[in-house]
Structure formats: structure tokens, C-alpha cells
Design a protein around this ligand. Structure first.
Ligand SMILES: [Zn+2]
Length: 366
């Protein structure tokens, strides 16, 4: 009989994370410390336990204002070099403790200049934090620089990403409200990155529909899609029988699947933003069965009270996934990373496959 992976076992599996926000994963103890050190006095409470509860409730409330307020606090305490180094170092340690062996963590440098840091100083502080947090060799962390889609600094941030490409910045992203701010507003940045042979992903098709995904791929040339859940709108069930067997893909969905464009799916986060009603109804189930290049991610670990292991455990519970499914998602993610091909291959063959094999053997024979 095949064994259902438990949360504890999933934690021991070598995992890969492509979509995680630095300002969405702080420890609440750290938020309280940093607020005290910097004189930030707007926290709803200075008790780390109550603060943790407050973050989860605000993110779960269904109110966009309350959800955004959570980031006002995390970003609010990340305005000095020391704060950024600490947050990045703890991020690397927390991910490694969860069994993540490779991660791409993103943040928007322009949101961390309120205390007088330059964009370069912000980038260098975060890189230093990740260096310190990963020096025990358990995890490798690459960073993605994000530009905010409602701002007009994307070209500048793209140039920053290229300038730091050889020292730990592996790509670029745009994030923020999709409605009213199509990715084509930032074409200049994307065209620049393409000329520079650089990699980028775009938050698209989270709350907003197919046009956003179509623009991200066909106008902007995105290598990956942040979320991309609304690609499901271009898939129709032919009626009767098993949906995965009768599904008809529209031209955009077929293109995304044919070109193996990675989807950075974040199930719990999608429930909080209303992009899916429950894990069991999340499009990830069908998209996995249709063999899209699906990856599993955390988005904002603090707000969503999650870890990559917990996301996998929820999927195991909802869809009955076994070790082969978890390994498939993990290899998908590693193949889709923005580091060089030989590095990805080394992690797949040297760390991921043997790690899963050992784990499967250990749990099946115990
Ligand atoms: Zn995101």
C-alpha cells in the first residue's frame, strides 16, 4: 500500500520555492524588535503572538485595505540596512528549516528607501542577509527584484537587476494590483531585459483574467507567470466523464502548456485573495492533471500562516498526491528557476532526486 506523505515527512523532502515575498515572510518577534529599534509606533500590538494572529486575521478578512495594511507594517520596519540584513538572513534560515534547498525570494527595492537608503544599498543589504543566512550550505537563495505595477520605476529596477545579476540577483518581476495596471505599461523594462538576455516573471492572472496573462506572455515575453490561475478560464470541459480527459484548451492555454511556461501557483494565498474558493476547487488540481508546468509556492508565509511544506500537505489532503507528485512539482520548479542550466541540473540530479528517493525508501520501509 502506498503511503500518504505526512507534514513531518514533507518537511524532510528537498523542496524548491520560486515565489516568496521577502516582506511577506517576517517572524513576528523580529517585527516587534525592529519596530522598537527604529521607533516605528504603528503596530496594532507589540506582543509577537497576538501580532501573528492579527496578521492572519487581517489577511483572511477579505478586505483589501486590511490585507494591504499588513504590508505597511512589514515594509515599515524594513527601512535600514541592519533590518534588511536580518530579515533576509532569517528568511533563508526559515526556508532551510522547512527543507527548501533552492529559493527565489522577491522584494521591491523602491519600498525600502524611506529611511534614506539608496536602491543599491537596499539590494546589497538583502544580498548580504541571504549570504549570512545560507552560509551553512543547506539552501541556495537567489533574489528577484520587483517593480510595482502602479509606479513608473520599472525600467530603473530592471537595470538594477541586470547590474547585480552576477552576485545573487537572478531575475525581475512586477507586482501590485492587476486591474488598471496592465503589464504592457512596463514594456520598456521588459524589452530592456530581453535585450540583456535577462529573466523575468510577471504577476498575472491572479485576480484578473486572461488578458493579463496574454499580455504578460505575448507582449512582454515573461519567462514565468506569477500565479496564472486564471488560465483555467481558457479551458473548457467538453461535458460528461472525467474533466481532465475531455478538457479542451483554448489557444492561449495551449500555448502556455506547449511552451512549458511555468505557473507559480500559491494555493493558500489564492484563497485569501478570492482567486479560488477552496484548496479542493483550486485550478492546480486540473492543471497538474493536464500536465501544465505547475509549481507550488508560498507567496506570503506570514500573512497566509504557511510554509512550502504546509502548502504541499494541503494539496496531499485535497488531491491525494503521493511522493511522485511532490517530486514532479519540485523538479518542475527546479527546471523553471532562473539560475544557469547546469546548476539546475546539478540540484535535480544531486540533491532533489536522491533526497526524494531516500525519503520514499525510509517511509515505505519503516
Ligand atoms: Zn506574489
Amino acid at each position: 500500500m502506498s503511503h500518504t506523505p505526512t507534514l513531518d515527512e514533507i518537511r524532510r523532502a528537498p523542496k524548491v520555492l520560486l515565489h516568496d515575498h521577502l516582506d511577506g515572510g517576517l517572524r513576528t518577534e523580529t517585527i516587534v524588535d525592529l519596530a522598537r529599534e527604529s521607533g516605528y509606533d504603528r503596530l496594532p500590538t507589540t506582543d509577537p503572538g497576538s501580532l501573528r494572529e492579527w496578521f492572519h486575521e487581517a489577511a483572511d478578512s477579505g478586505s483589501l485595505e486590511r490585507y494591504l495594511e499588513t504590508f505597511a507594517h512589514t515594509v515599515g520596519v524594513m527601512q535600514t540596512r541592519e533590518a534588511l540584513v536580518r530579515v533576509a538572513a532569517e528568511c533563508a534560515q526559515d526556508l532551510a528549516d522547512d527543507g527548501v534547498v533552492y529559493a527565489e525570494v522577491r522584494y521591491a527595492p523602491e519600498q525600502h528607501t524611506g529611511g534614506g537608503l539608496s536602491l543599491e544599498e537596499v539590494v546589497e543589504a538583502v544580498l548580504e542577509g541571504f549570504r549570512l543566512g545560507s552560509q551553512d550550505g543547506r539552501i541556495r537563495v537567489g533574489t528577484l527584484l520587483t517593480a510595482m505595477r502602479h509606479q513608473a520605476r520599472s525600467r530603473e529596477i530592471a537595470e538594477l537587476a541586470v547590474r547585480y545579476r552576477d552576485v545573487g540577483v537572478v531575475g525581475f518581476d512586477i507586482a501590485g494590483a492587476e486591474a488598471g495596471y496592465p503589464p504592457t505599461r512596463h514594456l520598456d523594462a521588459f524589452e530592456y531585459l530581453q535585450r540583456e538576455n535577462a529573466h523575468f516573471t510577471i504577476h498575472a492572472g491572479e485576480g484578473f483574467g486572461l488578458p493579463s496573462i496574454w499580455q504578460a506572455i505575448q507582449w512582454c515575453g515573461a519567462d514565468r507567470l506569477g500565479h496564472g490561475v486564471r488560465i483555467i478560464d481558457d479551458i473548457t470541459a467538453a461535458g460528461g466523464g472525467d474533466v481532465a480527459e475531455t478538457a479542451k484548451l483554448g489557444r492561449l492555454a495551449a500555448y502556455v502548456r506547449d511552451k512549458r511556461i511555468p505557473l507559480e501557483m500559491c494555493p493558500t494565498s489564492n484563497l485569501q485573495t478570492g482567486a479560488a474558493a477552496s484548496i479542493a476547487e483550486h485550478p492546480i488540481g486540473l492543471l497538474r492533471r493536464l500536465h501544465f508546468r505547475v509549481t507550488v509556492n508560498t507567496d506570503n508565509r506570514l500573512m497566509s500562516d504557511t510554509t512550502l511544506s504546509r502548502e504541499f500537505a494541503k494539496l496531499v489532503e485535497a488531491f491525494g498526491y503521493g511522493w511522485d507528485d511532490l517530486q514532479w512539482f519540485t523538479v518542475n520548479a527546479m527546471k523553471s528557476a532562473f539560475i544557469p542550466f547546469d546548476d539546475r541540473l546539478a540540484l535535480i540530479n544531486g540533491v532533489i532526486k536522491p533526497g526524494f528517493a531516500r525519503l520514499k525508501w525510509a517511509v515505505e520501509t519503516k
